[in-house]
Write a protein that binds this ligand. Structure first.
Ligand SMILES: Cc1cc2nc3c(=O)[nH]c(=O)nc-3n(C[C@H](O)[C@H](O)[C@H](O)COP(=O)(O)OP(=O)(O)OC[C@H]3O[C@@H](n4cnc5c(N)ncnc54)[C@H](O)[C@@H]3O)c2cc1C
Length: 302
């Protein structure tokens, strides 16, 4: 068992954690990244919307980031999983699955979210390949295709309007009785959007590409892709919660605008803070927090 001390420990090496590490490393801080390497978007083939990296594979994106951090000898990256964090006064002891303990006064949680998908047969095969959560990430690639929206509940109508913008050839599958009002149903009809309330039997696909939505009566609807409104997202790590950091109604940990929590020395950024940030926002939060933390450390020790 090794015990090492760092100025900042970053838990989670996605866009948020790696970006914070880069700016802290460039600020001559001794930084340790512990990363289980399971980014939320690893199920998808291409990431979009990150200027200069549009269309890149998620793991290739990470590889480039980690490669560039190697230039800084004061930044270390370790593939491991943090099991728990002990607070001892102003010191945090970070315990990993491999049995190591790392010590720091400052911890950044950039642990992201996990999608616990609804139990629809065949959904896992298409999630991230032809059925996605976010139109800004993948709407362009599916524009004007025959699409399905899977969802129900309060936000459905707004979500449908969004997806309709990318493709008006739309069917809405609520997988059971809808909560839409008669007026909203009428609006769908007016836009030629068909509503199917019959429970879904399965999604049929080939190599991740959605082909048909089959409902319990046996009727099949041909669709080549779709969007999933509720991915069942939950925090990938409950450690901040166990330290006493509360969550907001979106399921993100509560922080101020730059990621400071109610516990001095503990910060949360990226999806773990916002529920869904997208790569470029996660990276920008890492940059902003890293710069702020460095300035604080400078002023503390002046
Ligand atoms: C299907 C899908 C497609 C998407 N497509 C896009 C897209 O095209 N463009 C876009 O901008 N965004 C996209 N996103 C959103 C994007 O994936 C997230 O917003 C982004 O990954 C958030 O970055 P993050 O650094 O906060 O978290 P993540 O990238 O999820 O990284 C978190 C890291 O923390 C690690 N971790 C968690 N717990 C621990 C622990 N206890 N110990 C050690 N490590 C831990 C994880 O293993 C992971 O490596 C997509 C999301 C999904 C689900």
């Amino acid at each position: 068992m090794s015990v090492q001390t760092f100025e900042v420990i970053v838990i989670g090496g996605g866009a948020a954690g790696l970006s914070a590490s880069l700016i802290l490393g460039r600020s001559r801080r001794k930084v340790f990244i512990i990363d289980a390497n399971e980014p939320r978007n690893k199920v998808t083939r291409e990431s979009h919307g990150f200027l200069s990296r549009d269309g890149i594979q998620p793991l290739e994106f990470k590889k480039i980031c980690i490669e560039q951090l190697k230039k800084y000898p004061n930044i270390q990256y370790k593939r491991d999983r943090v099991e728990y964090v002990e607070k001892d006064g102003s010191i945090f002891r970070v315990h990993t699955l491999e049995g190591d303990v790392y010590i720091s006064k400052k911890i950044i949680f950039a642990t992201g979210m996990h999608d616990a998908l609804p139990s629809i047969k065949g959904l896992k095969d298409v999630y991230g390949k032809s059925v996605y959560p976010c139109p800004y990430c993948d709407g362009w690639e599916r524009k004007d295709e025959p699409l399905a929206v899977f969802g129900n509940g309060d936000w459905l109508m707004d979500y449908v309007k969004m997806i309709y913008h990318w493709s008006p050839d739309l069917m809405v599958f609520t997988n059971g009785p809808t909560k839409l009002s008669n007026e909203q149903k009428h609006e769908l009809l007016e836009h030629d959007v068909r509503l199917v309330e019959t429970p879904i039997e399965e999604l049929q696909s080939s190599d991740g590409e959605l082909e048909k939505v089959v409902v319990s009566t046996g009727i099949e609807y041909k669709r080549s892709g779709g969007f999933l409104m509720d991915t069942g997202e939950i925090q990938a790590s409950s450690i901040p919660s166990r330290l006493g950091i509360e969550m907001n109604e979106m399921g993100g940990y509560i922080t101020n605008n730059i990621g400071e929590t109610n516990i001095k020395g503990v910060y949360v950024i990226g999806d773990a803070k916002n529920a869904f940030s997208g790569l470029i926002k996660a990276a920008s939060e890492g940059y902003e927090l890293g710069a702020k933390m460095n300035a604080e450390m400078i002023f503390e020790t002046w």
